[in-house]
Design a protein around this ligand. Structure first.
Ligand code: IPE
Ligand code: IPE
Ligand code: MG
Length: 246
């Protein structure tokens, strides 16, 4: 693995605790090369591996990757099927390295909409890495921020109805304990590749105060070098959270 000083955050750098990524641009990467969109997703898997290794190496505690949205179910059946198969192959090929590197695998999203064989692989990967604590990889699969919020509301309404919760106790802190991300800190940094200036239903609640970084680089071309540049940009930003700087 490369270790040039210029590609490693300098000592004392303020690292984000949680980096979230909207990995966009696989289809365009393939189109530019007159390839099938699926080839773009396959190439994108290399960038995923690079991100996991880099984050583990530099000490990012949480990495959340948006791999498939609730809206992505509307894509052609063949693309959806290829993506599900790719995800399964990715888990199979990368799991051992993640175990060796003490990475916990977690999946957020509507697991019950995924193909059964993929769900089996996911549950196995989550079980086998449940005690790992150097880093947590959160894969957002069949994930949608609006569904997540609606699901949390339904769960709280159920509790109120059963007398397990008091309406006056519904604070933001209480509410977020009902999200998929209950045990995960909010993202400090949200990166979107592929150049679109939108959120596409990703972590709507959780990104309230995340620093946003949009790059036109297509996901399969996203490099360790560019990630390091984004981290140094993050380092220079002043996060005020609505206060005035002192
Ligand atoms: C992102 O790449 C991957 C998924 C949404 C699964 P796209 O497939 O959206 O690529 P573009 O945006 O068409 O280039
Ligand atoms: C966002 O990309 C979802 C993922 C990266 C998984 P999309 O390509 O689906 O987003 P839109 O359609 O451009 O908003
Ligand atoms: Mg896209």
């Amino acid at each position: 693995m490369k270790s040039e000083v210029s590609e490693t955050p300098y000592a004392g750098a303020r690292l984000p605790l949680h980096v979230a990524v909207i990995m966009d641009g696989n289809g365009r990467w393939a189109k530019k090369r007159m390839l099938n969109r699926v080839k773009g997703h396959e190439k994108g898997a290399d960038a995923v591996r690079m991100m996991i290794r880099t984050c583990r190496e530099i000490g990012i505690r949480h990495l959340t990757l948006y791999a498939f949205s609730t809206e992505n179910w509307q894509r052609p059946k063949t693309e959806v099927k290829a993506l599900m198969e790719l995800l399964k192959r990715f888990l199979a090929s990368e799991k051992q390295e993640m175990i060796d590197n003490h990475i916990r695998i977690n999946v957020i999203g509507e697991l019950d909409r995924l193909p059964e064989d993929l769900v089996v692989s996911i549950k196995k990967a989550m079980d086998e890495t449940a005690d790992k604590n150097a880093m947590q990889l959160n894969l957002a699969l069949s994930y949608g921020g609006r569904s997540e919020i609606a699901m949390a509301c339904a769960e709280i309404a159920r509790k109120v109805k059963n007398g397990e919760a008091d309406i006056h106790a519904i604070t933001p802190e209480y509410f977020e304990r009902h999200l998929y991300t209950a045990d995960i800190p909010d993202p400090d940094l949200l990166i979107r590749t592929g150049g679109e200036y939108r959120i596409s239903n990703f972590l709507l609640w959780q990104i309230a105060y995340s620093e946003l970084f949009i790059t036109s680089t297509l996901w399969p071309d996203f490099s360790r070098k560019e990630f390091m540049e984004i981290l140094s940009d993050y380092n220079r930003r002043e996060r005020r959270f609505g206060r005035v700087d002192d």
